[in-house]
Design a protein around this ligand. Structure first.
Ligand SMILES: [Zn+2]
Length: 174
């Protein structure tokens, strides 16, 4: 558990100055391989019916290239804000099934108003979302170098004749 991102008891936010909790982050997150601690700010604001979470953070992640499978480092910058609805689960249980399904379909995050918000888990999620879809060590990465052997059909015919010549010389000298 990163020390700079302790879970926030949501009702306590209402008593915080400006209903805001601002956390300076300088930590590694478990499950995310980073070359340096994640540095930045996470701000959580209680907006009565929802939490507003704002983050600016930066780190360097170690990724594996999709083409050549080499590991490489990439700077990751995060500048996001998200709304997390505060809704009590007990209230939802009264609503018809159909309505619940629609809520799930929207994939809107929600938390019970008397529960906890876990900024470390949230930040981890955001950083994962910020990872590039295609992970390449270089835009021009040629991929895994193909092993060239004289037997390969793709080998230039000049090399093939040279190899033939060499085998002729070899057989003559033995
Ligand atoms: Zn590569």
């Amino acid at each position: 558990m990163p020390q700079s991102l302790p879970p926030i008891h949501i009702p306590q936010l209402l008593r915080a100055p400006e209903r805001t909790d601002e956390m300076r982050v300088k930590d590694y997150l478990p499950d995310l391989e980073t070359l340096m601690p994640i540095q930045g700010v996470v701000r959580v604001i209680h907006q009565t019916t929802y939490l507003e979470v704002v983050a600016q953070a930066e780190t360097i992640v170690t990724l594996t290239c999709d083409r050549c499978l080499k590991q490489y480092n990439q700077r990751l910058k995060l500048d996001v804000s998200e709304m997390i609805w505060l809704s009590a689960a007990s209230e939802e249980s009264d609503s018809p099934l159909l309505e619940k399904e629609t809520l799930l379909d929207d994939l809107v995050e929600s938390l019970p108003p008397d529960g906890y918000f876990d900024p470390a888990a949230w930040l981890y999620e955001q950083l994962c979302l910020a990872l590039p879809q295609q992970q390449l060590c270089d835009a021009a990465c040629p991929g895994i170098p193909l092993a060239t052997s004289p037997a390969s059909e793709s080998v230039d015919h000049r090399w093939a004749s040279l190899a033939q010549l060499k085998s002729q010389i070899d057989s003559q000298s033995s």
